[in-house]
Design a binder for this molecule. Sequence first.
Ligand SMILES: Nc1ncnc2c1ncn2[C@@H]1O[C@H](COP(=O)(O)OP(=O)(O)OP(=O)(O)O)[C@@H](O)[C@H]1O
Ligand SMILES: [Mg+2]
Length: 248
Amino acid sequence: MNGNNATPLVTCRDVVKTYGSGNAEVHALRGVDLDVYPGELTMLVGPSGCGKTTLLSVVAGILRPTAGSVSVLRTDLTHLSSWRRTAFRRDHVGFVFQQFNLLPALTAAENAAVPLVIQGRSRRTALARSKELLDQMGMADRVSSLPGKLSGGQQQRVAIARALIHHPHLLVCDEPTSALDAKTGHTILELLRSIAVEGDRAVMIVTHDSRIFEFADTLARMDDGHIVSVERKNGRDKHEIDNQAIAS
Ligand SMILES: Nc1ncnc2c1ncn2[C@@H]1O[C@H](COP(=O)(O)OP(=O)(O)OP(=O)(O)O)[C@@H](O)[C@H]1O
Ligand SMILES: [Mg+2]
């Protein structure tokens, strides 16, 4: 998809985030403008401390900016009460982190089912959907395994299934490959591309890992609280891969 013709799913305008006050003030975001399009994978890259996690947290409705506006799905998050922001997050946003944050006493399928159970679906429905998704991700034979028995890449697949199970419109991933070796990181990105990037969903990934930059449709470079360049790439098709190849 050419995002230039689409309506952005996320719009940030002059977003400022300052932590602390007085001498302890940290200017993490100093006026960020960014549009993120559905059907695309947008990467936020830049040196440590430049504000990537802060920007992702603001977009995902975890942090309220100090100034500026953030709209997701035409909803201005800055004007929502914290209760409504939490509800918005639960319904529309999926999260994937560097550490997989799986619950150790639950199986892979149970972990991935958690968001549906929280939404009030029956355990049976949630588990059926979870197993279907894990199957799609090449994990059919590990649905009953506990996280401690899974490799890092397998745990990250479960975390991705958990993030996608309620069909969020926005998937945000903070350093999803940095706890993984290069080959596994590559496989995880291929999986995110094939499973997560859909017509009505925007995927945002924060990363240091230059080896995965090639997977981006849009590469936004940050430095010192600013976005310093936005590179839009064409020819995404070359990264489209066959689900069967992942499952094998
Ligand atoms: N809760 C906080 N309180 C105070 N300062 C913070 C807080 N969180 C982040 N910062 C500061 O804000 C700036 C931006 O931090 P942020 O975590 O967004 O950077 P980052 O680009 O994600 O870095 P990294 O690549 O190391 O994860 C840094 O100077 C950081 O020290
Ligand atoms: Mg960070």
